[in-house]
Design a protein around this ligand. Structure first.
Ligand code: GLU
Length: 467
């Protein structure tokens, strides 16, 4: 374990970047501190009739933009320092991808697997009620989302609870990551993984960087290992493999699987759902040791679980040339330095896992607009394209096949629009941080923080500080 607390580590990364910005000490301090933390304990009745006290937090790191935004985590490891650190990462992440929110994070200190679904529902609803009472939730105030240990089901409970206390027309925008049938947006589930793939693709398209690592540009044929096969790990793998990369190892809670020949993410997910474990997956070597696999030879290592997984104990043994941080804070500061010294390319969390919040932003916009993306224009676009195809056929005196007509005259629906917005965001953000990296001769993490500090600091300089 790292000797530094998680929030200290985030602040250390901030401090490395701050000298490259123009802000005075006070402004820097205001960006760094956590603006508001709500710590709460409440009782719930368990299915066996006993009462248990539950501990939770919600941290709003930065009010430079409202609402604040960030997931809610259910894990026995959750604590106040972690919640504040994750909230700070949300501030920097949102700024990097130009999503107009301050950062926040919530957490409840429970192991979800030890509770029944009805108990989890009671916990979620009570926690939401406590947030409402203290004005820590609302479409214009603070908007939660899924994180480690939570998903669309919990978000639906949050919305339903919020609705009991509010007749706000925009109530649906009080939380994101909801099921599609309950005002969610298509693509939110895949979003973080898709963003990871897009970010890695951008990094691998940099010819100079790849040359320095002794790799060919592009994703094709690159081997990778994923730690954590939850929503983020699985979707990252799915999109990486669909675009030519080869999954050779997966680590999960109870061990790891490895195959030089490659592992199909979908078949592995199916196996995990059926057996409750990845172990024993046909064609792979299974091991109950879950950390050793991170040290295997591969081109890209994708930590997609929790913080501090790459630390001073294993950093010097890790051989991957690229570390793609799909999780929040997976690399400790010392481990970062060790990897950097060895010449590894680290694609930092604050950029790489931002896909989730980008699509959360789209979901929030959809809820405020009260209309599905593409609903108004899809048919119009298709009809215009059909007219154009007819005209082209007339002029060229040839005709397209039915399939060709179908492909050419396809209007964009919600999923396509969401994915296109996400792709554009990830490309633009990479260009920005890559430019800052070259300008200041720093690594991608420091460049990402410089970018965030510049954006957040400019707002604090102009407003919100009373005489
Ligand atoms: N929990 C996710 C994250 O850490 C998503 C946050 C959101 O969508 O608000 O980025």
């Amino acid at each position: 374990m790292s000797t530094y607390k998680f929030f200290e580590q985030v602040n250390h990364n901030f401090d490395l970047a701050a000298p490259y910005t123009r802000f005075e000490k006070g402004v820097l301090e205001q960006i760094k501190v956590c603006n508001q933390v709500y710590s709460i304990t409440f009782p719930i009745r368990r299915d066996d009739g006993t009462v248990e006290v539950i501990k939770g937090w919600r941290a709003e790191h930065s009010h430079h933009k409202l609402p604040t935004k960030g997931g809610i985590r259910y894990s026995h490891l959750v604590n106040e320092d972690e919640t504040k650190a994750l909230a700070a990462l949300m501030t920097y992440k949102c700024a990097i991808v130009d999503v107009p929110f301050g950062g926040a994070k919530g957490g409840i200190s429970i192991s979800p697997s030890k509770y029944s679904v009805t108990e989890l529902e009671r916990i979620t609803r009570r926690y939401t009620y406590e947030l409402i009472k203290k004005n820590f939730i609302g479409p214009a105030v603070d908007v939660p989302a899924p994180d480690y240990g939570t998903g669309a089901r919990e978000m639906a409970w949050i919305l339903d609870t919020y609705r009991q206390f509010s007749n706000d027309l925009n109530a649906e925008a009080c939380v994101t990551g909801k099921p599609i049938q309950q005002a969610g947006v298509r693509g939110r589930t895949e979003a973080t993984g898709m963003g990871v793939y897009l970010g890695v693709r951008e990094a691998c398209n940099d010819t100079e960087d790849m040359k320095a690592l002794g790799l060919k540009p592009g994703l094709e044929g690159k081997t990778y290992i994923v730690q954590g096969f939850g929503n983020v790990g699985y979707h990252s793998a799915k999109f990486m493999s669909e675009h030519g990369a080869i999954l050779i190892g997966v680590a999960e809670r109870d061990g790891s699987v490895y195959s030089e020949k490659g592992i199909d993410p979908d078949t592995l997910l199916q196996w995990m759902k059926e057996k409750g474990s990845i172990l024993g997956f046909p064609g792979t070597v299974s091991s109950k040791e879950k950390y050793k696999i991170l040290e295997e030879q591969c081109d890209i290592l994708i930590p997609a679980a929790l913080e501090n997984q790459i630390n001073e104990k294993n950093a010097s043994k890790i051989k991957a040339k690229i570390i793609a941080e799909a999780a929040n804070g997976p690399t400790t500061r010392d481990a970062h330095d060790t990897l950097k010294k060895r010449g590894a390319l680290i694609i930092p969390d604050v950029y790489l896992n931002a896909g989730g919040v980008v699509v959360s932003y789209f979901e929030w916009l959809k809820n405020l607009q009260h209309v599905r993306f593409g609903r108004i224009e899809k048919r119009f676009e298709e009809n215009s394209m059909k007219n154009m195809i007819d005209a082209m056929e007339k002029i060229s005196k040839t005709s397209f096949s039915d399939q060709e007509r179908l492909n050419l005259a396809q209007g964009a629906g919600e999923f396509e629009l969401v994915m296109s917005g996400l792709e554009d965001t990830m490309i633009t953000a990479y260009l920005e941080i890559n430019e800052l990296r070259k300008k200041h001769t720093v690594d991608l993490r420091t460049a990402s923080y410089i970018n965030s500090i510049n954006k957040v600091g400019t707002i604090y300089e102009q407003m919100g500080i009373f005489p």
